[in-house]
Design a protein around this ligand. Structure first.
Ligand code: CU
Length: 267
C-alpha cells in the first residue's frame, strides 16, 4: 500500500514538474523540458560550439563502439574454451603503427576546428555597442557608458509578480541590446566574484573585483534570453538572475530614443 502511495505521489510530482516546464518553454532562450544536449544557440559562436559538440559526440560514439567490438571479439574468440592453446605473439608492426597513427589523425581532426573556435571566441571584434555590467550582491547594474545611462536589474520578488511572470526567474529591468550587432561587455564586480553566463550566447565570463574583464557577443535572433549568475557569490546567489532582451533594429531605436538620449534614469 505504501509503495502504491509513493508511486502515485511520484507520478503527481512528475506531472507537476512537466507542466511547470511547459510554461517555461513558452519563452525562447531558456532550457526546455526533457532537453538533451545544449540550449539552442543565438550567436555564431554558439552555433559553432553546437557543431563542434556534435562532431565530438559522433567521434566518441564511433570510438566507444569500435573498442566494444574489439572486446566482444576477444571474449568470444579467445576464451579458454574456444582457444585452448593461446599464441605467444608479442609484436605486430602493422598494428603498432596503426594504433599510433590513427589516434594522432583523430586528434588532429579535433584540434583544427577546436583552435579555430577558440580564436573566434577570444578574438574581440570591433564594438557596435558597449555595455558595462557590474555584479553586486545580489543584482546587476548595467550601464551604457557612451550614453551615461545606468540602471539596476533585480529579481522580482514573489509579492510583486504579475500574471504570467515566472517565479524566481523574472527581473525588473533587462539588459537591452540590438540584434546582429557586436556587443562588448565590460564586466566588473563591486564585492565578490560573479559570473556573466548566457547559455544561448555561450558567453561565460567572471566579473572579478578590482578588474575589468571584457567579453563579446553578437546575437542573431531577437528575443529574451535568461541567464543565471554562474559563480557562487553568497547568500542571495540563487536570486541573482539576468535577462538579455535582444531587440530588432526598430525596437532598439525606439528603446534608445526613450532611454539613452540625454542619459535620463529609467527608474
Ligand atoms: Cu553573483
Amino acid at each position: 500500500m505504501l509503495v502504491l502511495k509513493r508511486l502515485v505521489a511520484f507520478i503527481i510530482m512528475g506531472v507537476t514538474a512537466l507542466s511547470a516546464g511547459a510554461a517555461l518553454a513558452a519563452t525562447a532562450g531558456q532550457p526546455e523540458p526533457w532537453q538533451l544536449g545544449l540550449q539552442k544557440g543565438a550567436t555564431p559562436v554558439m552555433d559553432d560550439i553546437i557543431w563542434f559538440h556534435d562532431l565530438l559526440l559522433w567521434l566518441i560514439t564511433a570510438i566507444a563502439l569500435f573498442v566494444l567490438a574489439l572486446l566482444v571479439i576477444v571474449v568470444v574468440k579467445f576464451n579458454a574454451r574456444a582457444n585452448p592453446t593461446p599464441s605467444r605473439t608479442t609484436h605486430n608492426t602493422t598494428i603498432e603503427v596503426l594504433w599510433t597513427v590513427v589516434p594522432v589523425l583523430i586528434l588532429v581532426t579535433i584540434a583544427i576546428p577546436s583552435f579555430r573556435l577558440l580564436f573566434f571566441q577570444l578574438n574581440m571584434p570591433k564594438a557596435d555597442v558597449t555595455v558595462k555590467a557590474t555584479g553586486k550582491q545580489w543584482f546587476w547594474t548595467y550601464s551604457y557608458p557612451d550614453e551615461k545611462f545606468e540602471f539596476d536589474s533585480l529579481m522580482v520578488q514573489d509579492k510583486d509578480l504579475k500574471q504570467g511572470q515566472l517565479r524566481l526567474l523574472t527581473v525588473d529591468n533587462e539588459l537591452v541590446v540590438p540584434v546582429n550587432k557586436v556587443v562588448l561587455v565590460d564586466l566588473r564586480s563591486q564585492d565578490v566574484i560573479h559570473s556573466f553566463f548566457v547559455p544561448s550566447f555561450r558567453i561565460k565570463q567572471d566579473a572579478v573585483p578590482g578588474r575589468t574583464i571584457r567579453a563579446w557577443f553578437e546575437a542573431t535572433k531577437p528575443g529574451k534570453y535568461e541567464w543565471p549568475c554562474a559563480e557562487l557569490c553568497g547568500f542571495g546567489h540563487s536570486g541573482m538572475k539576468g535577462w538579455v532582451y535582444v531587440h530588432t533594429p526598430e525596437e532598439y531605436q525606439k528603446w534608445a530614443a526613450e532611454n539613452l538620449a540625454g542619459g535620463k534614469a529609467k527608474q
